[in-house]
Design a protein around this ligand. Structure first.
Ligand code: ADP
Ligand code: MG
Length: 251
């Protein structure tokens, strides 16, 4: 579903991704862990074209979005095609990013109506289904300011799902939440795992990652230092940096 090879990305003089190789199979759940500043968000943002890479190859569902030329410089396909490719991916951010002046329902139906040209009646039906899936059936007429952080994040998940993505990318979806609200969001994500959604999740929730992820990647300073099955990586990390990171998390 995702194939990324030799990804390099700098911001000016700051080299942030330094040769990341990474792939995700259909229905696989991949968790990315690592300390702040290691490049996790940048990697996700490169996958759905919120940032452009300097060098490397990325294919989504067997379609090349960007490939190196002979000089190892990344060359992107046409804009229209990039849009098509990225429309297969939904993304959920740490800070929800809901439209504050729109109700929950409007937040969910906006993009499908405009981008996918779906009929209002059709998308409203889907929105109701999704709200019920995330446990917020009764909140469709509320504004974001009337919701708790956990509720806002569940609306953000429903909004991403309304575009009917094949892949969901999550960037620390619970990091801005009080601990007592984290569980309801993780439970919603757990449901997506049960539905066999393909997911990439950047998270500091180690217990959740250990339980739901098939594969865990540990990133440090712009490289993937260690990757493996969740339980093996958490219980028996091979790399010294992974060991140090995990012991700092469980201190
Ligand atoms: P993480 O998500 O692992 O905390 P990030 O990918 O957000 O790490 O950031 C990696 C590094 O890239 C950090 O040093 C950050 O300051 C830098 N960075 C991220 N985005 C930008 C940007 N748009 N411009 C300049 N530097 C950035
Ligand atoms: Mg980040």
């Amino acid at each position: 579903m995702i194939y990324a090879e030799k990804i390099y990305k700098s911001f000016g003089a700051l080299s942030v991704l330094k040769g990341v190789d990474f792939s995700v199979k259909r229905s696989e759940v991949v968790a990315i862990i690592g300390s702040s500043g290691s490049g996790k968000s940048t990697l996700l943002r490169c996958l759905n074209n919120l940032e452009q890479i300097d060098s490397g190859n990325i294919a989504i569902e067997n379609k090349w979005m960007v490939q190196n030329n002979k000089a190892n410089k990344a060359v992107y396909v046409a804009d229209q095609e990039i849009k098509m490719i990225c429309s297969k991916m939904g993304m959920v951010f740490q800070h929800f990013n809901l439209f504050p002046h729109m109700t929950v329902l409007q937040n969910i139906i906006e993009a499908p109506m405009i981008v996918k040209k779906m009929q209002r009646s059709e998308i409203e039906l889907l929105a109701q289904e999704l709200l019920s899936k995330v446990g917020l059936s009764d909140k469709y007429n509320y504004y974001p300011s009337q919701l708790s952080g956990g509720q806002k994040q569940r609306v953000a998940i429903a909004r991403a799902l309304a575009m009917q993505p094949d892949i969901m990318l999550f960037d620390e979806p619970t990091s801005a939440l009080d601990p007592e609200l984290t569980g309801e969001v993780l439970k919603t994500m757990q449901k997506l795992v049960e539905d066999k959604m393909t997911m990439v999740i950047v998270t500091h929730e180690m217990g959740f990652a250990r339980e739901v992820a098939d594969t865990v990647l540990f990133m440090d300073s712009g490289v993937i230092v260690e990757a493996g099955p969740a339980k093996a990586l958490f219980d028996n990390p091979q790399n010294l940096r992974t060991q140090e990171f995990l012991s700092s998390m469980f201190k």
